[in-house]
Design a protein. Structure first.
Length: 193
């Protein structure tokens, strides 16, 4: 059975923080592969600042080209929107019955977990790997006491796609923050300008 870690996000754009985290998880857990699930629309986020789904998927595919254990997934593109994590997991489990799926999320998302659709089923049936984030309100320890929730000591990377988009708009240099292929892709476009 292959163990797949699912890293959900809008990846608008994918940046080196995402890759550092994904690589850390692959090297320090028992995950065989890590899939970047490009979300068409997060139910908690507004859609207006989102680059078109396929442009974001292209950037993720370009960024992962040299990482054989990482892959881009557009599974949510064909599911009803907004895509809820539990529905995506159910679909993936049916489509790939020989794989086991784990969820990868930032500590900040753990706080909103009780608002997620069928979150009890999610916590009961799937392993959830939590990576640290610098955060104002620390998560109550009670949330960690769930059997399937595991905190990993990944490096804290405070890079934000929102900040990168705003720097691009202001004509600032974002080259060090992006995988080189993604920088070239964006540099030759009008995206985020």
């Amino acid at each position: 059975m292959k163990k797949i870690g699912l890293f959900f996000g809008s990846f608008n754009p994918i940046h080196i923080g995402h890759l550092i985290l994904a690589n850390y998880i692959l090297e320090n857990t028992d995950m065989d592969e890590l899939w970047f699930v490009v979300s068409p629309q997060n139910p908690f986020k507004e859609k207006k600042s989102l680059l078109k789904d396929y442009h974001r998927l292209d950037m993720v595919q370009i960024a992962l080209k040299n990482y054989p254990k990482m892959r881009a997934s557009n599974v949510e593109f064909s599911l009803p929107t907004p895509a809820y994590t539990i529905d995506t997991l159910t679909y993936l489990k049916e489509k790939y019955p020989k794989n086991s799926f784990s969820l990868i999320m930032g500590e900040d998302n753990l706080k909103s977990l009780p608002k997620w659709k069928n979150f009890e089923i999610l916590i009961k049936n799937y392993q959830i790997l939590i990576y640290p984030r610098i955060s104002e309100n620390k998560t109550e320890e009670i949330t960690w006491n769930q059997e399937n929730i595991h905190k990993i000591s990944a490096p804290i990377i405070e890079l934000s796609a929102t900040e990168i988009r705003s720097m691009i708009k202001e004509g600032k240099n974002v080259r060090p923050m992006l995988p080189p292929e993604v920088f070239d892709f964006l540099d030759g476009s009008n995206f985020y300008k």
